[in-house]
Design a protein. Structure first.
Length: 298
């Protein structure tokens, strides 16, 4: 299982005097597989544009993957979305992994001028047409102003596309038009059950079983200043409107050996990749501990 890390938030960057380029370089030097960044428009919390942040990471690194966790293509005119991704793929030398989702609070969609009810069909359209646009083919792009013929240049290698979310719709999309399934904040048991359904869908559709990646969160180690499992679970509950009882099973915490065993349960449940969001503590040190855990799992 290959393990990557979510790049630090704006708040963490400010508190720890840590910029995106330095963080990405640190993750690469620690030996992690990739750095990842979320995609948020108007949440009330400071955040960077996903592709701009990953471009900074690309300029500071040479080996690691640059992942979107997850890119909400449907919030944008499709040609612009393709241009952003193609530019990132070009300057990074083909290191992008494109996680795509259709989530976000309705306020984000309102801020983008996109009806919330259209998020599903716009996501399906993006998943279908983005590979064609990135490859430089001429595509008819449907937009509110009317369909338009678009051909982007330079063409780039189409990155692996992973469909985000733990839902039947996401698994269907993954088996039909994508390379991977990318749920987040679920337990190993939920992952295993989802993979069984994914495998069945792929088999019935005579398609390869997509790669499986999982988004996780927590803190490693036992330092007194680290947030507790209860605190992390409460934050997830508030952010995603889930019960605390449900989210208590999600955070990975505790001594390095025990946390490594928790990570291994995702591998054993079928995960090929794991993307870890650091929930507190010194980001660099947590990154180093995560790299140690990743090495132990190889």
């Amino acid at each position: 299982m290959r393990i990557g890390v979510i790049l630090p938030s704006v708040a963490t960057q400010r508190d720890q005097q840590l910029d995106i380029a330095t963080a990405a370089r640190h993750a690469e030097q620690a030996g992690l597989a990739g750095v990842w960044h979320g995609d948020h428009l108007a949440t009330g919390t400071p955040s960077l544009d996903c592709t701009v942040a990953l471009a900074a990471a690309a300029a500071a690194t040479h080996r690691i993957h640059l992942g979107t966790s997850v890119y909400v293509a449907a919030l944008r005119p499709l040609a612009w979305a393709a241009k952003q991704i193609a530019s990132l793929q070009h300057i990074s030398g083909g290191r992008v992994v494109l996680g795509i989702g259709s989530g976000g609070h309705p306020a984000q969609w309102a801020a983008a001028g996109i009806p919330y009810a259209q998020r599903g069909i716009r996501t399906d359209t993006a998943l279908r047409l983005l590979p064609e646009l990135l490859a430089g083919r001429r595509v008819t792009v449907p937009e509110p102003a009317g369909p338009a013929e678009v051909q982007l240049s330079p063409a780039v290698p189409v990155p692996p596309i992973w469909v985000g979310n733990h839902s039947a719709v996401a698994r269907r999309r993954a088996t039909l038009v994508a390379d991977g399934w990318f749920p987040s904040l679920i337990t190993p048991a939920e992952l295993a059950a989802g993979l069984a359904e994914l495998t069945d869908l792929a088999t019935r559709g005579r398609r390869p079983v997509p790669a499986v990646a999982v988004g996780a969160t927590g803190v490693l180690g036992t330092a007194a200043e680290l947030p507790t499992r209860d605190q992390i679970a409460a934050g997830i509950s508030h952010a995603y409107r889930r019960s605390v009882e449900d989210t208590m099973r999600v955070p990975i915490t505790g001594p390095l050996e025990g946390a490594t065993e928790c990570l291994a349960t995702y591998r054993d449940a079928g995960a090929d990749h794991l993307v870890f969001g650091i929930a507190g503590g010194d980001w660099r040190h947590q990154c180093d501990l995560l790299a140690q855990a990743a090495s132990a799992l190889r």
